[in-house]
Design a protein around this ligand. Structure first.
Ligand code: PGA
Length: 253
């Protein structure tokens, strides 16, 4: 049985004060929630304060990105070690916004994922096709190639620290969600890719999140698909009332 993992990715939103006010509500309402793991990914400047506020709860603090080197002459970058030092326990790598606007490639995502896991943190590796790729019938091929690069250094021993997030780019921030059946088809394919690489038992233990316009009203239908093990949430994670309802809807029935 995989425990679903719901992560709120706040992207470039919220001051430290706003982040603390949101997370305090989450702590009060979700701090003891059962059957689902919860995480939040604040902007880097709020990670330390958020992680401190969440101490003693099961809600994880996550980084939104990192560099693969631990330290050195890399102006503007943050390493997994520094994110851990600030209180993060997971790091998102390869989000489509990073790939689209900041030059992340499957190769660099693979280096980041390896660095995150080597630093003792969990890596959430994002994959997903664009609308043109879906319309061109290339979804599974694109996802395979992103997985091949993104998981290049992952072996069965590091799989406990791995989560894959399937996020079709056309569904992110657009209000257009993949149907549960569309998502399930790709998730099943990802599971098979993981099984071919890491063995069936290992693949069975890895959570695969769905992301792309998930909200409280569609979470339950998505989560009831066999291979969907949680959600990667943007917009609907920015208000406590929305995110709390979504997490509750994502709990296994
Ligand atoms: P969205 O973002 O929920 O706003 O569509 C999802 C994501 O980018 O992970």
């Amino acid at each position: 049985m995989r425990t679903p993992f719901v992560v709120g990715n706040w992207k470039l939103n919220k001051t430290v004060a706003d982040a603390l006010s949101l997370v305090t509500e989450l702590k009060n309402q979700l701090g003891a929630v059962k059957g689902v793991q919860v995480g939040v990914a604040p902007v880097a400047t709020a990670i330390h304060a958020v992680a401190k506020r969440l101490e003693g709860t099961s809600i994880a603090t996550c980084g939104q990105n990192c560099h693969w080197e631990a330290s050195g002459a890399w102006t503007g970058e943050l390493s997994p070690q520094l994110l851990a030092d600030a209180g993060a326990s997971w790091v998102i790598v390869g989000h489509s916004e990073r790939r689209q606007f900041f030059g992340d490639t499957s190769e660099s995502v693979g280096k980041k994922a390896a660095a995150v896991i080597a630093a003792g943190l969990g890596a959430i590796v994002c994959v997903g096709e664009s609308l043109a790729e879906r319309d061109g019938g290339r979804t599974l091929e694109v996802v395979d190639s992103q997985l091949a690069g993104g998981l290049a250094s992952i072996d069965a021993s590091s799989a406990a620290k791995l989560v894959v997030a399937y996020e079709p780019v056309w569904a992110i921030g657009t209000g257009r969600t993949a149907t549960p059946a569309q998502a399930q088809e790709v998730h099943a394919h990802i599971r098979k890719h993981l099984a071919d690489r890491l063995g069936a038992a290992c693949a069975d233990s890895i959570r695969i999140q769905y992301g792309g316009s998930v909200k409280a009203s569609n979470a339950e239908a998505l989560m009831s698909e066999k291979e969907i093990d949680g959600a990667h949430v943007g917009d609907a994670s920015l208000e406590a009332v929305d995110f709390i309802a979504l997490v509750k809807a994502a709990r296994p029935s």
